[in-house]
Ligand binder design. Structure first.
Ligand code: ATP
Ligand code: ATP
Ligand code: MG
Ligand code: MG
Lengths: 227, 227
C-alpha cells in the first residue's frame, strides 16, 4: 500500500538546513494499523504529510499502491489524495467561515456525492463523535476537543482507504479519546489502513505495529506477536 | 489572588444558548499550584480566559488581588493582564510573521524592558526550552511541539505573577513534557501562582490541588494532604 525508500526531506531556513526526514524507509501493507511515536521535532508530521501527498520528498521514492507518486504533478496528487486518503491534521485546519457540519460535508461535495447521501453521512458522523448540538457552530465557537472531533469526522466521512491521523486525541479527555479510538479501530476492522501519530504510549500500544522515529529516521519497528 | 463568585458565561449561536460557565465559584490563593480537568467542552478554556482577563463574565463577580475586575474597561484590563498574567493558549496564538525569538521577545518590548535585558531573557528561555537552534524559524517552520514550547517561553519570559496554561503539554512527547513541567514547577516554587488545564491525569496529579469541571461548574476540588 505504502512504500517509502531512503526518503530525504530537508527544509532551508536562512543558511540552516533541517533534515526533517533523513534516510527513512518504510513499508505498510493494506489494512495495517500502525502507530508512530518519537520526540518533538523528530519528523512525524513531515512523514505523514509526505504519505498524505501534501508534501514531496527532496530525495528517495514513494510508491502508493505500487504507483511511483514521488514526482507526479500537483493536480494529479490532489485528485489521488482526495480519492484515497483521509487526513486528521495536528492543528485541524478547519475552514473558519464554515460551520462544523459544513466543514465535514465539504470533501463529500468535492467528491461529487449527491446531496441526500452527503446529508446522511454528515448526520452519522456528527452523532458518532458527539457533535450533534454543535453542528451549526463555527470553529471559533467550539472547544479545542470539539474542533478536533470535527477534524476527525471530516477525515472519515469520505470513507477513505488510508487514514492518517496526527495526534488525534491530543485535545480530548480520556473518555472522548477512547471513544474516538474505538470508532477508528472499528473502521480499521472494516479494512481501513490506519496510521496514527501519537505522544501517548497507551494509545500507541493499541496498534498492531509501533514505529519510533528519531531525527528523521526509523529507530524501531515493533510488530505485535500473535498468540 | 483569584476570587470568582457564581460565574456565568453564556454564548449565543443562532437561537441556541450555550452555558459555558454555569454558576462557578472558585478561590485561588497567591502561590497555589492548581490543575483543572474535565470533559471536552466542560468550560476549562472559558474559565481560563475569564481569569486571564481575555473574556468577561455574563453574570457573577471576579476579583483579582482583591480588586473587582468584572466590569473594568478594556484598556485597563489589557494593562493589568500584561503586568500580572502569563497565558499559554490551547492553540498557541503565535504571530505568524515573527520568528520564535521575536514572538518570545514581544511581551518584553510591550512592557518597556530595555533591549539588553530582553535579549538576555529571550536567550535564557530559548535554552531552557530547547529552542536555541530554532530561534529564527517562524511558526510555520516549526513542529507542533516546538510551537507549543515557544508559546510557553513567551508566557514565562515576562516573569508574571500568575501563569495560566491551557494544555501546555498536549503536543509534547513524554520527555519534553516532563522538562516543561519541571520548569513550570521551578517557577512555582519561586512564588508563581500556577493554574494548569490538562487532560493528562498524571500531570494533574502533580499539582497540590485538583479541580474537576463538568458542564461549566466545579464538580470536585481536591487538596493534597500534607503528611
Ligand atoms: N517548513 C519548515 N521549515 C523549516 N523547518 C521545518 C519546517 N517544517 C518542519 N521543520 C522542522 O523539521 C523537523 C521535523 O518537524 P515535524 O513537524 O515533522 O516534527 P514532529 O515529529 O511532528 O514534531 P511534534 O511532535 O513536535 O509535532 C522539526 O525540527 C522542525 O523544526
Ligand atoms: N465563542 C463561542 N460561541 C459559542 N459557544 C462557545 C464559544 N466558545 C466556547 N463555546 C462552547 O462553550 C463550551 C465550553 O467551551 P470550552 O472551550 O471552555 O471547553 P473546554 O473545557 O476547554 O474543552 P476542551 O477540553 O475540548 O478544550 C463548549 O461546549 C463550546 O462549544
Ligand atoms: Mg507534529
Ligand atoms: Mg479547551
Amino acid at each position: 500500500m505504502i512504500e517509502i525508500v531512503e526518503a530525504q526531506r530537508h527544509f532551508q531556513v536562512g543558511d540552516q538546513i533541517v533534515h526533517a526526514l533523513n534516510g527513512l524507509s518504510l513499508e505498510v501493507a493494506a489494512g495495517e494499523y500502525v502507530s508512530i511515536m518519537g520526540p518533538s521535532g523528530s519528523g512525524k508530521s513531515t512523514l505523514l504529510n509526505v504519505i498524505g501527498l501534501l508534501d514531496r520528498l527532496s530525495a528517495g521514492t514513494y510508491r502508493l499502491r505500487g504507483e511511483d507518486v514521488t514526482r507526479l504533478p500537483d493536480p494529479v496528487l490532489a485528485a489521488l489524495r482526495r480519492q484515497t486518503i483521509g487526513f486528521v491534521f495536528q492543528f485541524f485546519h478547519l475552514i473558519p467561515r464554515l460551520s462544523a457540519a459544513e466543514n465535514i460535508e465539504l470533501p463529500l461535495t468535492l467528491a461529487g456525492i449527491p446531496a441526500e447521501e452527503r446529508s446522511r453521512r454528515v448526520e452519522q458522523v456528527l452523532t458518532a463523535y458527539g457533535l450533534t448540538d454543535r453542528a451549526r457552530h463555527r470553529p471559533d465557537q467550539l472547544s479545542g476537543g470539539q474542533r478536533q472531533r470535527v477534524a476527525i469526522a471530516r477525515a472519515t466521512v469520505t470513507q477513505p482507504q488510508v487514514l492518517l491521523a496526527d495526534e488525534p486525541t491530543g485535545n480530548l479527555d480520556r473518555h472522548a479519546g477512547r471513544e474516538v479510538m474505538e470508532l477508528l479501530e472499528h473502521l480499521h476492522r472494516g479494512g481501513l489502513t490506519l496510521l496514527l501519530v501519537t505522544h501517548d504510549p497507551e494509545l500507541a500500544a493499541r496498534a498492531n505495529r509501533r514505529i519510533y522515529l528519531v531525527d528523521g529516521k526509523i529507530e524501531r519497528d515493533e510488530h505485535r506477536r500473535r498468540v
